[in-house]
Every structure is written in C-alpha cells, then in structure tokens.
Design a protein around this ligand. Structure first.
Ligand SMILES: [Zn+2]
Length: 145
C-alpha cells in the first residue's frame, strides 16, 4: 500500500523538547530516530559531513547528499553543565551539553542524565544514542561507550 502523502511535513515537531523549524528535506532524520538510528548527511560531491543533517552542502552547495549512521564512539572534547537554560528547556535543568569528536565530524548534544558528573572526563569515549523523552518526543543523548 502506498504511503499517504503528508499534507504538511511536520515531522520535526517530534524532535526534542521544543519544536524545531521544519526543513522538509532533512525530516527523514526524525524517521531514522524513530527507527533507533542517529543519522547525519554526507555530500556525495566533496565528501563533507554534516551533523545536524543538511539538505545542501555548506562547502560546495551541492544537493547531492547521502545519509550515514552515527555509529561507533566519539571522543568527549567539551562539556558544560547548564544551570540556566533557554526558554522551553527550563524543566530539564540541570543538564550537560557536550561535543563529541568522531574524527570526520563533531556532534553537539546532551549528556545522558544517567552519567554522574564526576565520571565525565575530557577525552573519554562516548556514543550517541536515540532516546524517547517522557513527552514522547524523539531526541538523542551521549552515553558511555
Ligand atoms: Zn559538498
């Protein structure tokens, strides 16, 4: 049976705590999260990797992109505990934001609340995992590898 065409592509409403502006060409990101995969995009022309995914390459402006799964481990290169949060995120406090370096690309996100602060070390190996928030929204967090 053919999938019914969506009138309005609002899949990004399902991402994170607060709705993101819809960018329809990269909404597959949400479907992948739903399938348990965190995906980025790679430019087929120049090889540049984007996360969050982009429909057009920031390097060469090509729209010839492909999806790849963020897998394996990244290195924790920066993290910061937030005591104040942007509007819409107050309920989540306190939480830690971080950057993982995967070599070809870096991912900005949150560290899982399951990890005690004292266990966080710059340089530690972490992985990126999809999660479903209590609200039913989809997101991803960094966990210990
Ligand atoms: Zn490119």
């Amino acid at each position: 049976m053919a999938k019914k065409k969506r009138e309005v592509d609002d899949r990004f409403k399902r991402f994170g705590t607060v709705s993101f502006t819809s960018i329809s060409k990269v909404n597959d990101f949400i479907d992948y999260l739903d399938q348990g995969k965190v995906m980025g995009t790679r430019c087929k022309q120049c090889g540049r990797v984007h996360f969050p995914p982009r429909a057009d390459c920031a390097e060469c402006l090509s729209s010839d992109i492909e999806w790849f799964e963020v897998s394996g481990t990244g290195k924790l290169i920066s993290f910061s505990k937030l005591i104040y949060a942007p509007v819409g995120f107050e309920e989540d406090l306190p939480y830690s934001i971080a950057v993982l370096d995967y070599g070809d690309y870096k991912i900005f996100g949150r560290i899982s609340k399951d990890i005690p602060d004292e266990e966080l070390r710059i340089g530690m190996a972490m992985k990126t995992e999809p999660i479903t928030l209590a609200s039913g929204q989809l997101s991803y967090v960094f966990t210990k590898s």
